[in-house]
Unconditional design. Structure first.
Length: 61
């Protein structure tokens, strides 16, 4: 079993590659993750804060 590390995606990105990196890490559809972040941003603002934190903390590879 290989070691997986969360990184921001450089090939699957619109803004910073956070959703692309999460989709590669968890092996889920990137569109679903983007919809979740947008919904969280609209309903309470938590999605935007979480996205910014992941953008700052996750390395880009």
């Amino acid at each position: 079993m290989g070691y997986k590390k969360f990184t921001r995606s450089v090939s699957n990105r619109y803004i910073a590659g956070v959703c692309g990196g999460l989709s590669e890490y968890f092996n889920v559809d990137v569109t679903l993750l983007r919809a979740i972040f947008v919904a969280l941003a609209i309903f309470g603002g938590g999605g935007l804060i979480l996205y910014l934190i992941l953008w700052l903390l996750a390395p880009e590879f």
